[in-house]
Unconditional design. Structure first.
Lengths: 112, 112
C-alpha cells in the first residue's frame, strides 16, 4: 500500500529557515498536503500542491515537489517560536473516496 | 461557521464499556472520516463515509462501528472498549475540489 515517510525531529534557531522533508510511494498521487498540529489541537491545513507543479509559495512557506524522486519538502522562512509544532505530510490516494495517507509527523522545535 | 466539532473532548472508559463519539460539521461536506492518532504513528484511518447513509472501512476498522444517518453527523462507536483503543480520535471532512480535509479538535480516550 501507500507509504509516507518523514524524519521525526528537527531543531532550528529562531530566524533561521526550516526544511521538513517527506517521501511517498504512490506515483499516482494527485495532491500532496502539509498540516500543522499544535499541542492538544487538531490538524490545521497549511498548504497543498498539485502533482503537476514543482513549487508553490505562500508567504513564509515554500513547498517543493520532485515527482521523479517522490520527494516533498516544506520550507519555513524566518522560523519563529510559534512555528514549533508537529508537521504532517499527506498524500491523496487515487480513487473516489479522497482518502489521505499521512506520514508520522516531524516535531519542529524552534530554539530562541 | 463552527467547522468540525467533536464531543466529548475527553473520556475515560473501563475495559468492556461502550461509548459513541460524535462528529458534526456545518460545511455541507459529503465526505467524512474518523482517524486515530498514536505516538510515532501518524494518523490511521478507521472508517469513512462518502455520503449520507454510506460507510466504509479504513486501515484499522476492527473494534469500531460507524453510522452516517445525517449528512452533517458521523458517529464512531466502540461496543466493548479495550486498552489498545486508548488513543486520540480525530474526525475530518472534505468537499474540497482539492481534497483538503478539515479536522476537529480531537477526543482523548483512555481505556483502563
Amino acid at each position: 500500500g501507500e507509504d509516507v515517510e518523514q524524519s521525526l525531529f528537527l531543531s532550528v534557531r529562531e530566524g533561521d529557515s526550516s526544511v521538513i522533508n517527506c517521501t511517498y510511494t504512490d506515483s499516482s498521487s494527485t495532491y500532496l498536503y502539509w498540516y500543522k498540529q499544535e499541542p492538544g489541537a487538531g490538524l490545521q491545513l497549511l498548504t497543498y500542491i498539485f502533482s503537476n507543479m514543482d513549487m508553490k509559495q505562500d508567504q513564509r512557506l515554500t513547498v517543493l515537489l520532485n515527482k521523479k524522486d517522490k520527494h516533498l519538502s516544506l520550507r519555513i522562512a524566518d522560523t519563529q517560536t510559534g512555528d514549533s509544532a508537529i508537521y504532517f505530510c499527506a498524500e491523496r490516494e487515487s480513487g473516489s473516496a479522497r482518502q489521505l495517507t499521512f506520514g508520522s509527523g516531524t516535531q519542529l522545535t524552534v530554539l530562541p | 461557521n463552527a467547522g468540525v466539532t467533536q464531543t466529548p473532548k475527553f473520556r475515560v472508559l473501563k475495559t468492556g464499556q461502550s461509548m459513541t463519539l460524535l462528529c458534526a460539521q456545518d460545511m455541507n461536506h459529503e465526505y467524512m472520516y474518523w482517524y486515530r492518532q498514536d505516538p510515532g504513528m501518524g494518523l490511521r484511518l478507521i472508517h469513512y463515509s462518502v455520503g449520507e447513509g454510506t460507510t466504509a472501512k479504513g486501515e484499522v476498522p476492527d473494534g469500531y462501528n460507524v453510522s452516517r444517518l445525517k449528512k452533517q453527523n458521523f458517529l464512531l462507536g466502540l461496543e466493548s472498549a479495550a486498552p489498545s483503543q486508548t488513543s486520540v480520535y480525530f474526525c475530518a471532512s472534505t468537499a474540497g475540489r482539492f481534497g483538503e480535509q478539515y479536522f476537529g479538535p480531537g477526543t482523548r480516550l483512555t481505556v483502563t
